[in-house]
Design a protein around this ligand. Sequence first.
Ligand code: HEM
Length: 402
Amino acid sequence: MVGVVERYDIPEQHFWLREPWPGRPVEYDAGTGTWGVYGYPEAQEILADPARFSSTTMRLVPKGLMPSGEEFSMEGFLTQIDPPEHGKLRKLVSSAFTRRVVADLEPRITALAHELLDAARGRGRMELVADLAYPLPVIVIAELLGVPGDDRPLFKRWADALFQRDARISLGKSAKEQPVDLRDTWRAWKEMSGYLADHAAERRRRPRADLLTRLVEADVDGERLPDAQVVNFAIILLLAGHITTTMLLGNTVLCLDAFPEQQEKVRADRALVPAAIEESLRLLTPFAALGRATTREVEIGGVTIPPDQLLMVWIAAANRDPRQFPDADVFDPGRDPNPHLAFGRGIHFCLGAPLARLEGRVALNILLDRFNPLRTDPEDRVEFMPTPTMTGVRRLPLIVPS
Ligand code: HEM
C-alpha cells in the first residue's frame, strides 16, 4: 500500500515520518544538546509527571539567546507554567474560554467555510491552505477574541517569523551561530504583545461581547488575571488559532487522498468523520515535539538523565510507536481506542482541542460534500512546512470538480 510518506515530498528533517520508528525510546542528541524521547509509554510518563518533568523550559535557554528582560515576558504563558500556578491560571482562562463558547461557534464556522469555498470556486482553482485551511481558523479566533479579522496580514507575518523556519535551535550555540536570526523572532513577539496589550487595555475601558473582555473580567474566587497574563494567553490563542487547525485540515485531506478506500468509507458514513480526524492527528501529528525540563536526576526508558536537561518529547514519533499502535503507518479511522498524544496529556492537555475538533469536523464535512472525490492535484506539488517540529502543509492544490 502506498502511504503518505511515499506519496508526498516529506522534508528531510521530518525523521518521524521518513524513517522507521527509532527503536530506542530515549536518546541524547549531541547536535542540539537535548534528549529525544520517541517511545509512547515514556512520553506518557513524562507528560503525566510535572514534578520531575517541568514545562518551564525557557529557563534552560542560554541568556544570550533571549532578548533583554523588560521587552519580553513569559508571565502567564500557560504552556510554560508548572503547578500550583498552572492550575490557578488554567481555571481562570477556562472560565472565559469555555466549551459552550466554542460550541456556539458552529453556525459561524459553517457559514465562513462556505463563503471561503465559494470565493475559491469563483477563481476556478483551489489551494486548500490559502483558500480555506489558513483563513478559516484565523478569522474564527480573531472574531472570538474581538480583534479585527482584517489585521490577518499582521498575524501571518508574526506567525511566520515564529514558526516558518527549517532548522532547530541548538542550546550549545551562541545567538550568532544559530541557523535562524532570533532577532526576527523576538521582534515579532514584541509587536504581537504590544498589539494585544492595546486591545486588552481598550476592553478594560470599554467592555464588549468578546473573549478579550471575558479574559480581562475573569474572576475565580476573587483572583483576576494581570494584564501581562491576559496578553500572553491571547498570544497563545492567536498563534494556536493560526497554524494548528490549518495543519489538521491539510493533514486530514492528505490522509484521505493517500487512502482512497478510507475516504469512501468516511464519505458514506459521516459518523466516521471525528474518528478520521483523530487518526489524522495520530499519523500526521501537527506539533511533533513538546519540550520538558528535568527538575532532578531521572530515569526514563532505561536511560539516566541529569537535572536541568531539555527533553524533546517527540509525540509524533510516540504516535507511531509499534508497541502501542500496530501497523502504525496505516491510516485507519477504525482504530478503537486511539489514544494518540497529539493534543498532549495531563494538566497541559490542549485547551483548544474542542475548537480544533469542531473546525475540523465542520470543514471536512463541507469538503466531502463539495469535492467528490477529494483529491490532490497530481500536476501541482503538495508542499510541507520545513519547520522541524511541525507536521503540516503550506500548499495543497486540489482537483476542482468540473
Ligand atoms: C496546549 C496541540 C489547537 C490552545 C496544547 C498542547 C498540545 C496542543 C500538544 C500541549 C502542550 C504541552 O503539553 O506542552 C494542539 C493541536 C491543535 C491545537 C494538535 C490542533 C489540531 C489549539 C487551538 C487552541 C489551542 C485551536 C486555541 C485557540 C491551546 C492552549 C494550550 C494548548 C491554550 C495550553 C494548555 C495548558 O498549558 O494548560 N495544544 N492544539 N490549541 N493548546 Fe492546543
